[in-house]
Design a protein around this ligand. Structure first.
Ligand code: G6P
Ligand code: MN
Length: 448
């Protein structure tokens, strides 16, 4: 097995120690020659990197090289895989994305609704720039992108790099949900074969099988309807916010029993309920800043101070393992099946070809080979088309510097609907993002 050279982009992330633990756990499936960390924030990266260096020395002695850098040339030269997880504006801007819509009575969420638009219009420019830089030094590298909002980023990259077949956008949510299914079924996630369709953070499992082809869908549904649903992955199992989110799946399945919903659909199906349960001074970003971020930084400080991982609470999580198994399937032509984000091109036969859809695909060294979904029923088609129009209009607004497209996008979004509310939110987001967003011009409005 050829050993891979990996760069982690956005390595200052609080997810990085979990990713390193996952790389160690998966070293037989995805053996590495080198790991390089890259981040634009040297200080944030250094803390995580110094701890990871110690972890790797102890648990991955066969790794030939580990280093961290803020030099693009150093980071992106001779790379086989780039794992990209950047957050333009950091958690501070995430908090604004959540608070601004909430202050207008709408869902305040990282990737759903106006928050997703705020984040999307920040991410697109940096992602395009980053892909160009990676390609300058490693034209053949696989670029696996986790950067959010994945739906909007994927659409923007589709337009910016139409010929580049080695960029793959992925989300760990379907996998995190499958970890819970696996627990219900007393199986491993890797034993399960899903059927799924939708957009990122906007999809449904239609079937779940095991490798022998047994249909386990009803067993999962019955369990959820009778006993409820909980997170099981190590990263989220004890997190009150994620517990609440997973519990909501029972309500969704009770109201819409046909398919098993992605957890993110709660924001689109129950927006008023979601808003009523939020506290604008303690949104998810604040909880992450005071929770995961502190916990991971303390963990890193402890490892650095002790010079060893002994006594440190380190865990493998699905976020890392999923990305790594995806990479392994691409690198070694394993042909395993994963849910990934690809251009529709007839996969969902009654949806436009140029939609970026989230579906299962066999992953080979020639890229993802998605399976046909066929026609989807009216309810899902209607939901998806509204959301898709929102996503496309956000990306139009970015490339065309068009205020009206952004306003149309928000008005179409199920979490907003009211045009005057959309306008107020948009204007607040513009003010909050003045250092990050492209300028949105109102000329068309004035002309009419
Ligand atoms: C899931 C989603 C990611 C999202 C994350 C947020 O993993 O798939 O796209 O960024 O949740 O989690 P947090 O704990 O930061 O709210
Ligand atoms: Mn996601």
């Amino acid at each position: 097995m050829k050993k891979q050279n990996l760069v982690v982009v956005g390595a200052g992330s609080t997810y990085t120690p979990g990713m390193i633990m996952s790389l160690i756990e998966e070293k037989k499936n995805f053996p590495l020659k080198s790991i390089t960390f890259y981040d634009t924030n040297a200080e944030r990266q250094e803390k995580v990197a110094k701890a990871c260096e110690i972890i790797l020395k102890e648990k991955y002695p066969e790794l030939e090289s580990f280093h961290y850098t803020i030099s693009k040339e150093e980071a992106f030269t001779d790379v086989d895989f780039a794992f990209v997880q950047i957050r333009t504006g950091g958690l501070a801007m995430r908090e604004k994305d959540e608070q601004i819509p909430l202050s207008h009575g709408c869902v305040g969420q990282e990737t759903c609704g106006p928050g997703g638009m705020g984040y999307g219009l920040r991410s697109i420019g940096d992602m395009i720039q980053l892909i160009k830089e990676i390609r300058q030094y490693s034209p053949e590298a696989w670029i696996l992108n986790y950067t959010n909002p994945a739906a909007i980023v994927a659409e923007a990259l589709r337009r910016a790099f139409p010929e580049d077949k080695k960029i793959l956008n992925i989300c760990d949510m379907p996998a995190a949900i499958m970890v819970s299914y696996a627990s219900i079924l007393k199986k491993e996630i890797w034993d399960l074969v899903p059927e799924y369709f939708g957009l990122n953070h906007f999809g449904w499992f239609t079937k779940m099988y095991d490798k022998e082809g047994n249909d386990l869908t009803d067993e999962i549904k019955n369990h959820i309807l009778n006993k409820g649903f909980l997170p099981e992955d190590s990263e989220i199992v004890n997190d009150p916010s994620w517990i609440k989110t997973f519990k909501q799946v029972k309500t969704m399945l009770t109201d819409f029993p046909e398919y098993l919903p992605n957890t993110y659909l709660q924001y689109y199906l129950y927006p008023s309920d979601m808003v009523s349960k939020e506290d604008v001074s303690n949104t998810r970003a604040r909880q992450v800043i005071n929770g995961r971020e502190q916990r991971v930084h303390q963990l890193c400080d402890g490892i650095i101070a002790n010079g060893t991982t002994e006594g440190a609470h380190l865990e493998v999580d699905i976020h890392g393992c999923y990305m790594i198994r995806v990479a392994a399937s691409l690198a070694y032509n394993n042909g395993d099946i994963f849910i990934v984000i690809v251009e529709n091109n007839g996969i969902i036969s009654n949806l436009q070809d140029d939609a970026m859809v989230e579906v299962p695909a066999m992953l080979t060294n020639r890229g993802p080979k998605p399976f046909a979904v066929g026609k989807i029923p009216t309810f899902y088609k209607g939901m998806i088309e509204g959301q898709l129009a929102y996503e496309k209009l956000v990306v139009d607004a970015y490339f065309e510097n068009d205020y009206n497209k952004a306003l149309q996008a928000l008005t179409l979004n199920r979490t907003v609907v009211d045009a005057p509310v959309a306008r107020n939110i948009l204007d607040d987001l513009i003010a909050a993002n003045e250092n990050y967003w492209p300028e949105l011009k109102k000329e068309r409005e004035l002309a009419t």
